[in-house]
Each structure stands twice: as structure tokens, then as C-alpha cells.
Design a binder for this molecule. Sequence first.
Ligand code: GDP
Ligand code: IMO
Ligand code: MG
Length: 461
Amino acid sequence: MPPTAPGTSTETKPLIDRLGLKPGHATIVGLQWGDEGKGKVVDMLAAEFDAVARYNGGANAGHTVVVGDQKYKLHLMPSGILYPGKFNVLGNGVVIDPEQLVSEIVGNRERGLKVDTTNLFISNRAHLVLPYHKAQDQLQEAAYIMPNALDQVVEGIGTTGRGIGPCYADKALRSTAVRMADLQDLNELRHKLHRIVPIKNATLKALSEYTGDTFEPIDADALLEWLKPLAEVLVPHITNTAGLLHRVTAEDKRILFEGANATLLDIDHGTYPYVTSSNCSSLGAHTGTGVPGHQVPNVIGIVKAYQTRVGGGPMPTQLDDATGDRIREVGHEYGTTTGRPRRCGWIDLVALKYTASVSGATALCVMLLDVLADLPELKLCTGYMIDGKPVDEFPACSDDLSKIEPVYETLPGFEGPVDQCRSIAELPENAQNYLKFISDFLGVPVVLASVGPKRDQSAVR
Ligand code: GDP
Ligand code: IMO
Ligand code: MG
């Protein structure tokens, strides 16, 4: 479609209607390897929802929200906290580093945001990430890549070091887990820590001996003393959040489920073993909050206009050239949580077709489209080959993914700037064609193209 003049869109209907959402709840889920811009979309939509519920992950996530000249980097706090009068929920599927959460509560209060017991609710079933989880995460990574008898060179998972894997492992082990509900009775917790800490010390000592790191034993009582002031801040917020969300649903209020990480990092459906340890596809919204799937008619898949990945694991469309470097610099592709440079490449429609179906995307938001402006041509991966033969399914094994030769479709580029466009019709024709190609390939409508980090820098269909 030929473009109309930028900034001429005068649409004033609610965003949920402009995006064509069905009545009821919605899940926001990343469809790549994270950092697609989920925080921005949650923030935009939160204005028209009553509750925002995080359902998975922990402080491995970094969601950047830009409001005016203010930038908020949220790791645990649901992105709905920036609006007054919303219920913000950390569901049972989230793993909570108490020190990080308290620092976000206090830090955001100091910036003038309201964070109190009327707008922040923490599941009593959510698990705690404790300092020994972070130590175990880092030692486990170091131990895995140690030279061995076969002298194999292996790539580590490249975790964020935030203790996510060991915490979810303890959740599955049960006897070594600590939940938010345990903070409500510190006497009981003392007994629990005296059972768990010796086991953790034995594990950390063995790992440290193997890696050659120095081992400092943890003291259960010192850990409890460290936890006490954190518990004081957190306990008033702890509740049965599933019950709260059921009441919100019964009152016909709308919940926005905020996914952390992304579908290719899902422990079951992602690019195993280079994944995180939770169900970060939209499927996790239900186990991670206690709200059943049939109550969530909208799944908004968040897609970057290109592909990025941070940490280990193959990425078929990675560009180790000047175009990849240009995308990284223009898109500021450095991790919100760890500051690591993100690997960049062309959009991978084969991976997206897979993740859009696993997560059941009903609509797509294509983010950071402005970053691609002024490239002479745009490539989109539409097929996978291994040893010259087409691959018809997204590989289950990362070894196979690392052998992929991508097949590309090339489209002409578009000229910038596009950051003033407020409707898709205002975008240059070639940019509209790029979005149409994505939506036709995936069979899911693109309802929003993001053209800058700010709330209003969004071209809606
Ligand atoms: P998330 O983890 O999915 O919430 O994404 P991150 O916040 O880690 O990374 C996305 C980055 O892109 C953030 O710095 C955002 O402020 C920024 N961003 C979001 N949308 C756009 C956009 O359309 N254009 C540009 N240039 N930046 C964007
Ligand atoms: P947001 O919500 C990008 C990646 C890590 C690593 C792997 C496992 O900001 O999109 P972990 O610490 O979870 O055990 O690390 O998963 N990873 C992310 N990459 N964005 C994220 O979150 C991520 N969360 C985890 O880099 O490769
Ligand atoms: Mg991020």
C-alpha cells in the first residue's frame, strides 16, 4: 500500500480495539530468544488492563520501558507498575531473588512510583532464589566447560548467573526448596535452612574442588539474618495470587500475562539445552499463575524485526559481518541484565513459525523496525537445509540447529526515519511489504510495528 504522510493518523480508539484483541485476558510472549521488546508492549497495554501478572523466570529477565525521558529497567517487577491503580502480580511460576525484588521496590518508590500492598502481590507459592543458587549457577557453568579426559571443547549454556537453573532444580527436588510462604514463619524457616544449607555446602564444596575455586561455607543462621530485613519488606505483599486472579476474572476485569525470556528459551519447547529453566512460552502463563488456558483468548507474540541471541547455543541466521555489527550498534543490542553484546542476524521465519504455533500467537507486534531502516536489502530466512537437503521440522537438537544452512528471501530495504509513523499505512511501502511477508508466512496478523523505544513510537494497523 502506498504510504500516507507520517504523523497523520488521528485514531483515538482504545489500543485493545485498534489491535483487534478479543474481549478478556491476553498473554504477551516473546517468540525469539528474548529481548524482543516485551516490556514496551506490556507497558503500552497495561493502561487498558486491570492486572499485570508475571508468570515465569526471575531476575534473568530485563525489561526496559521508556516513559518520556525516563528509562525503567525492570527485572522482577511486572511492567504494569508504571501505571497507578493496577494489580501487579508475581505468580507462582516466578523465581524471586529477594534482594533484587526489594531493591526494585525501594528503587521505584524513590523514583516516585507507588509500590504498596494495594498494587503488588507476590505468590506464596513462588520460589526464592538464594545466594547459594547464584554461586551454584556460576560454578556449574565453570565446571561444565572444564577440560576432561576426552579433551572435548564445549560451549557453556551462557547463563545470566542469576541462580535461575539451580532454583528451578530445587523446586523440582522439593526437599531443598524455599518458597515465599516460608518467609511468613521465620522460626520454621530457620529449621528448614539448617536442613538445606549443609546439603548446599556439600554441593558447592565439591564443585569448587573440581573447578579450583575457593569455597566459603554458608552459615544457615547468617543467611536467616540476611533474609530478615528483606522478609520484612516482602511479607506484606505475599498472598494466594491464583485466588486473586480468579476474583479479578470473575469481576470481568482484564489480566495481561507478562512472559519473561522467550519461546526459544522454553525449557520444554526451546533450543535445549541452550534454554532457561522455565516454561516461557505462553503455555507457562497457566501453570505459572493458576489461570486456565481457555480464559486467555489473546496471545500477542512479540517479534524483533531481526534476530538476536545472548548466551550460548546456535543461531542459524547470525551475521558475523558489518551488517550484524550495524544492527547491534543501531539497535543498542547489549543485554539489559548482563550488558553482554547480543549476537544479531536476519529474522528467522522458520523458527518463528514454530514458536508462533507453540505459543498459539493470535497477533504479532514487530519491534525495533526502525533499526532496519536504510539497509539496501532485507533478508528473511524462509527455509532450513542440512547437507543440501531441506529440513521440514524445527530441530529438537541444538547440534542439528548448528548445522543449518538458512534459505533466504530477499526484499528491498526501506528508507528512514520511520519513528514518526503512527499507523502501519504511514510506513514506507517497502516496510509495509516486509511486515506483510512476515504475517503471510506465519499466518498471524501483524497488529503493531514499533519504530522507537517510547510508548508513542508505535505504528498500529
Ligand atoms: P524485553 O526483554 O523483551 O522486554 O526487551 P529488552 O527491554 O531487553 O530489549 C528491548 C530494547 O529495545 C529496550 O532497550 C527497549 O527500550 C528498546 N526498544 C523497544 N522497542 C523499540 C523500537 O521499536 N525501536 C528501538 N530502537 N528500540 C526499541
Ligand atoms: P528477557 O525477559 C535474553 C538466556 C541467557 C542464557 C540462557 C539461560 O529480557 O527477554 P539463565 O540465566 O536463564 O539460566 O540463562 O537464557 N536468557 C535470556 N536471553 N533475554 C532474556 O530475558 C533471557 N533470559 C534468559 O542469556 O543464554
Ligand atoms: Mg530483556
